[in-house]
Design a protein around this ligand. Sequence first.
Ligand code: ADP
Ligand code: ZN
Length: 747
Amino acid sequence: MAEQLNSTRFVRVVIDRSIRRELDYSVPDALAEKVVVGSRVRVPFRERTLLATVVATLAETATAGIKPIEALLGEKPVLSSSLIDLARWMASYYCCPIETVMRSLLPQVIRKAEVGWRKQLFVRQLRVAEAEEMAKLQKRAPRQAELLEAISRLTEPMPAAELLRQTSLDNTTLRALVRRGFVELREEAVARDPHATEQFIADADLTMNAEQTAALQLIGTALENPETHPPILLHGVTGSGKTEVYLQAIRDTLARGKSAIVLVPEISLTPQTVERFKSRFAAQPDLVAVLHSHLSEGERHDEWHKLHCGRARIVIGARSAVFAPLENLGLIVVDEEHETSYKQEEAPRYHARDVAVVRAKMEKCVVVLGSATPSLESYTNATRGRYLLSALTQRVDQCQMPLIRVVDLRQERRKEKAAAILSEKLRTAIEDRLTKREQTILFLNRRGFSTSLLCSHCGKARYCPNCSVALTFHRTNARLSCHLCGHSAAVPKRCPECGEDALVYAGFGTEKVEANVAAIFPNAVVRRMDADSMTRKDSYRETLHAFRSGKIDILVGTQMIAKGLHFPNVTLVGIINADLALHLPDFRAGERTFQLLTQVAGRAGRGEAPGEVFVQTYTPFSPSIQFARHHDFAGYFEQELEFRERCNFPPATHAVLITVRSEHETRASFSAETLARRLKEALPNEYNIGDPAPAPLEKLHGSYRFHILIRGEAIVRLSRLIRETLDKLPFPEDVAVAVDVDPYQLL
Ligand code: ADP
Ligand code: ZN
């Protein structure tokens, strides 16, 4: 036994299945030297074989009748031990089992064992034919001779398939050469590169202005002392050159032999963004990997492995790229850190920015959070000294901030009974741009044609049978559809409630804006960009390309067009209705409106001509609109924080939202009542437990939903107490409970 001391006898694993338990297995001697924390293994489990991840190695175990693991997959562990520590932290903070966390940590395609690199056969010459030998070959087997000559001209191994295509010779000929010992065929892995067809022209660092230099210096100091340095919040107005700062900070990180992660919201992960990173580091091919949801499985597998094996040392990706398997991590950048899409709305309900900060702390690396409109959470951390603030206050191009004009729709309505989609002021402004051959963006955060179908006789709207929202009319397919569950219905001729032929369409979405604008400006090219019009993979790329090259005069769209795009010729942005977000029953509604207005406004006037923004609203005096209008982040922050503190909402405290749902309304409400009562017994007084109440969106996907909101400070402890309480409660079969720590979705 003594000689076995250094090798692994037992392991604790998390299997790829929700059983809320970690399991111990023994390690056969043959694998004892190879199995480590983070290894993927195959284990027997209840008459079956399942895949699992090793989370700990043990010297002994108390488990009786322990079984051995069956196999080790891959030579290198898929997860580092620090990523496993991160998984444990997430499980305890976000109140969910570690196997659920593992689902996010390892992409699906990596968890499936059988997928591998795409293999190709490469041809390489082994031996040169003597002159005599060659002459003989030419006589007896001319095709072999021809192929051998072609191979001898190769400067490096070539894929066999390509060689045979080029020479128009066949596989039998090639095999004969292998038998004769002239050439060798070797299987080699080739990566599927999602950007293989694109050429990236290397570009150099720009000369930075004083503010950029200061920001980079601060990051440089942090890179010197990563153990002790707090996170850096880079507050830079749109167009202030934050990306340039990231690029040069990454260069400095690589120079120290370290790697970097750049998180970008999915919606801003455009070809344009990727190109900026790929081009800057083009001198070394494969240095930059990309991870996002539009990759094919094969591409995702290969990009992930490029990072895992260390060939790629920079990853640019959406939310889950925070788990990228990079070693020796030096820097994590979270761009647009305020973006709510960093929050995952299914378990594990983590926030990638917060996970980035924790990962950075665990791996002693620098973290930079960047935004033009920092979240209240991050800015508060900066004002309290937990983060260091660095500010870019000027646009790089010296352009003025766009002029924001607020259009009071109440007055417009008084002028023309029914308010038009475009106010007269906005219409005139568009006209002016068309004459000057400048471009316009019109923004509305609502898809479809009409937002509801109302009966003018009985007043009832057509509602989704599964959700408590009205159905939206889409003209393209002439159907009603639910934006929450996808339910779709034909348009009735008469009101199904009262039978009258009195149905009218009310409200409008992007489809109607597009139609309306096209009718007013028949000579302009109008295009729409939203989730409905962008269903094909390439349509997004195509539309952006057409817009950039000036083939589109007016682009109508949802938030898809609000983020991170540069169009120098756009001098006008119209926000069709700024009130949409403002009236949601959500304490962050004001914050979202402020962010949205600022971001959308940032699209205007990025070139030579100054930009102009028209904000149409029924609430022109709301603080979010007024502060955004004056580009006054500080003023906005102060008043918003005061509101949050007064009402005890985040960031003044932490919140946990528990949703109890069931297809049976009474079971849902009864279970919520019971749970709230038990929580009140179990939780100490420092936690404030709200009464259970129907969710604002009471019915969703056919389920009735009730909310319990808990507020307090010590989250890990709260999570544990909630988990214990839930485990003790026997809920009816059809009642589901979701726990959301630091929730963003309060509907
Ligand atoms: P942000 O990310 O803050 O919105 P970007 O980094 O995208 O800003 O910069 C906006 C534009 O200004 C980009 O086209 C970028 O290439 C350019 N730019 C950034 N820094 C400089 C600089 N120091 N000198 C010249 N151009 C710059
Ligand atoms: Zn629905």
